[in-house]
Structures are given as C-alpha cells and as structure tokens.
Design a protein around this ligand. Structure first.
Ligand code: ADP
Ligand code: MG
Length: 479
C-alpha cells in the first residue's frame, strides 16, 4: 500500500499533508507524484473530487524547495479557468506549503493590480493565475515568464478549448522550452487530448479511470419531464425542482442547482426564495462582491441552495455538498461530469437529479454516450399531480427557445490569433471564463461541515482508501 512517505516528497510537505488529515494518497496522487518529482511531464486524468490539486501542488513544492525566487521571474505557474478555482488552488498551496518559505501570488481579474504587482516585483516562487490576468501583467511589462520551470494547467481540456486556447498558446510561448508541464482534468475528449501533445513532451499519462468517468459515489437520476404547455415549461420545471428537494428532505443538507442560462439562474433563485427556501444565485453577470459573499455563505453552511451557471461547474471544492440538481441538461456533455462532481467529493456520498424536457433529450443522449452509462430514469415526484401534457403550444416564448451557442473546438492550427488581454475571449453564453472571484476559504482540511453520512461506503477512489475518507462528518444545521 502506497503511503505519502513512499512518494519522495519533501518532509516539510509530508508534515503539512499529515496536518491536513490525509492518511493515504489517492490513486491519482500515488500515480502522478512520482513521475512529476522525476521531472516528467504528466497528463493526469481522474474523477472529480479525488485530490488532483495535491497531485500537482505537492510535487511542485518539493521541486521548488531547492532554489529561490527572483524579482519578476516566477519559477512556476498554475493556470485555472475561473477566478474562484485559481483562488482555491492558492489556498491549497498555502496549506501544503505552510512549512516552507515558498511564496506565491494569485493573479486574477476583478481585483486591483497593485497588490499583485507588489508581490511580483518582490519575487514569488509560484504564480497561480487565470490566463487573461496573467497576460495583462505580462503586457504591462511587469512580469517575465522565462524563469518558469514548472507549469500546471488545471481543468486542462477546458483550457484548450476555443475560449482559452489563444491565451494558452501565448503563455506557453513565453515560458522556456525546457519547462516541465503538468495537465490535469476529469474529462479529456480525444480531440483535445491530441492538442495536449503540442504542450507536453513525452508525458507520463496517469489515467485512474477512463476520462469522463463519473464518481461512483454519486447516485444519479434523471426525470423525463414534459410540460403541460411549452410556455409553462420553466414554471413547471421549478415545481418539479421543489418537489425533488422536498422528497430528499433532511438528506439534502445543501445543493447546487445548475441552469444553462444566467437569466434562468436568477429566476430559479428568486422563485426558490419566494417559496421560502434559502437560495442565492451565482453567475458571471453579478457583482463580484456579491458573488464572493454568496460562495462564502454556501461554503460555511449559511446558504443552503446555490443556483449557479457553469462558472461553478469546474473544480470548486465544497466538501459537504449533498446534492446537485441539473435544472437544465447541459448542452456540453463534459459539463455534466463536472457539475455533478461538485458532490460526492473526497469519498463522500452525493446525489444528483436532472430534469430533462423533450427538447433536451439529444443532450441527454450525448451525456450518456460520454459517460458510457445510462442515467437511471426516476419518477417525477409530482407524479400524477403534474399537469397533463397538452399538445404542442405554438406560442412558445422566446426565452424558452434560446439555446446556448455551441462551443466549438479550436482547430489545432487556427489559434494563432492575437491574444486577448482578458481571461478568455470567446466563450459561449455564460461559460465566460472571465468569472467572478469567489469563495476564498480553504477547504483542504475543512471537515467541519461535511455532509457525508455515518456509514457511507467509500467507492471510486481505488483500493486503498484513506481512513479519513471513511470517517463520519457532522452536517451543519441548515434551514
Ligand atoms: P479534484 O481536483 O480531483 O476534483 P480536489 O483536489 O479539489 O479534487 O480535492 C478534493 C477534496 O479531497 C479536497 O477537499 C481535498 O482536501 C481532499 N483530499 C485530497 N487529497 C486527499 C487525501 N489524500 N486524503 C483525503 N482527502 C484528500
Ligand atoms: Mg480540481
């Protein structure tokens, strides 16, 4: 059985890991850390919530412990698609690097350059950034990337799709050819994996589970729902959502409710509040301070329902989330894997329901093809109380017809455009990578608000399960 001590990590890192409550490395950690420490490039694929962050941060700290920071020349770089995720990785870094003298700067949009500039000027070992803000700093002449020895791209497949690829290519061009590069994700479409070869040299591929495998400890269900009339569809879906929440009762300590459109996120949140639920929205159009407060509230248990766009779909680690509801079927199949992966983290149990209307059945088919599993059909909790289906209404309101724009894959050679000095130039609606800066609290050893049940069976993380993951967690009193 592999232990952290077997992996070749710096003793200072080992003691931080022990303090974090980790007893055994997860399979992706056991697989990725040794080759990373040997200086190899790594392509790491493992399910959501299985500790990929420590899989790249721990070897990075160990490798950087020899040497020191120089002004304006960071020695390593971590890229993430959203501000919240970058902030979370930075918190993780602080936890794991607490016994070292290594320094970091978090470069994300929506906050002032001043503090960030100061840190860069002084010299930092690690930069954790969203691509747009990183390039902004570079273009202001404040930053040199020629000293980067280790480069990490988290949520790598997202970072290589059309919205980000020009920025990513530019950033890579600014780093030395000799750098070490680590890519991580839970999903990796074959056409994106082909693009990775542009950036990785002879990588060690660690694939704990086939890409896009959903975590086994997430119980999934889909409700096939046809509204009585198309112009009542959104309203009736909200009734189904409330019925699902009621059906789950106390087991639903807290939940993220994903919608495809920002307007729908707002409507669902408002409607839940109107019906007496403790809910709030988060998406890219909201004021940043509000978004931070909302996410913090969700993390500390004071907010029970987070209604979210895909800004919250990737990477965010709120260990206690008991449920994820897909109010809409995501139109990009990978997003399903990431959305539901906000629950069932670190070996805990999670539950997810999705509402699928006839129009979205093609997306459901695509999701099932991707995850190579049928999502169990579950009864509409409203049962016969649901309004009887009526013939197609001709007067479908516009908002019901709106479709998210398809996200195209970047053709490999087409990405030589001028880089946009922003966090990403051309996202589909509400997939804006220029996203809010969110919850800043670290969850690494945050086990106070875990939502797991006492006798949770832990599955999906390989044979050697850290005892920590099988321990019980007390749920916060919510509502
Ligand atoms: P991923 O990036 O794979 O989705 P994260 O890196 O966000 O997962 O980690 C998920 C959770 O698992 C975090 O709360 C983290 O603190 C916890 N975790 C990571 N490694 C271990 C470990 N070896 N033992 C126990 N918990 C761990
Ligand atoms: Mg992650």
């Amino acid at each position: 059985m592999t232990t952290f001590a077997d992996l070749g990590l710096d003793p200072k890192v080992l003691s931080a890991v022990t303090d974090a409550g980790y007893e055994k490395p997860t399979p992706i950690q056991a697989g990725a850390i040794p080759p990373a420490l040997q200086g190899r490039d790594v392509l790491g694929i493992a399910q959501t919530g299985t500790g990929k962050t420590a899989g790249f941060v721990l070897p990075m700290i160990t490798l950087l412990s020899k040497g020191r920071a120089r002004a304006r020349m960071p020695r390593s770089l971590v890229l993430a698609p959203t501000r919240e995720l970058a902030a979370q990785v930075a918190e993780n870094f602080d936890t794991y690097a607490k016994n070292t003298k290594l320094t970091k700067a978090l470069l994300i949009g929506g906050v002032s350059f001043k503090e960030q500039d100061k840190l860069i000027d002084r010299g930092v070992d690690v930069l954790i950034a969203t691509p747009g803000r990183l390039l902004d700093h570079f273009e202001r002449g404040k930053l040199l990337l020629t000293g980067v020895q280790i480069m990490v791209v988290d949520e790598a497949d997202r970072m290589l799709d059309m919205g980000f690829i020009p920025d990513i290519e530019r950033i890579f061009e600014l780093t030395p050819f000799t750098r070490q590069t680590l890519f991580f994700s839970a999903t990796m479409a074959p056409e994106i994996e082909r693009i990775t070869s542009t950036f990785l040299s002879n990588p060690e591929k660690i694939e704990v589970a086939r890409a896009a495998t959903t975590s086994e400890n997430i119980e999934q269900g889909v409700i096939m729902f046809k509204a009585s009339r198309k112009d009542r569809q959104a309203k009736e879906k909200r009734e189904v959502l409330r019925a699902l929440i009621e059906q789950e009762g106390d087991a639903c300590t807290n939940a993220i409710i994903f919608c495809n459109r920002k307007t729908e996120v707002d409507v669902v949140a408002k409607s839940l509040v109107k019906h007496g639920y403790n809910a709030a929205p988060i998406h890219g159009d909201l004021d940043q301070a509000q978004r931070m407060r909302t996410l913090d509230g969700f993390r500390d248990g004071s907010l029970r329902f987070l209604c979210a766009s895909d800004v919250a779909a990737r990477g965010l680690d709120v260990p206690s989330v008991s449920h994820v509801f897909n109010f809409d079927v995501p139109s990009h199949a990978e997003d399903y894997v990431h959305r539901i992966g906000r629950t069932g983290r670190a070996g805990r149990q999670g539950k997810t329901f999705m509402i699928c209307v006839p129009h979205d059945e093609k997306y459901l088919t695509a999701i099932e093809a991707l995850v190579k599993n049928e999502i169990p059909r579950v009864e509409n909790p409203l049962g016969s109380a649901a309004p009887a289906p009526a013939p197609e209404a001709a007067d479908e309101p516009k908002s019901e017809r709106e479709k998210p724009a398809p996200r195209k894959r970047a053709p490999r050679k087409s990405a030589k455009q001028e880089p946009a000095a922003q966090e990403a130039p051309t996202p589909a609606p509400d997939r804006a990578p220029r996203e809010p800066q969110g919850g800043q609290k670290n969850n690494n050893n945050n086990r106070r608000s875990g939502g797991g049940r006492r006798d949770d069976k832990v599955v999906g993380m390989g044979d050697h399960m850290p005892a920590f993951m099988t321990r019980s967690f007390k749920s916060p009193a919510v509502d």
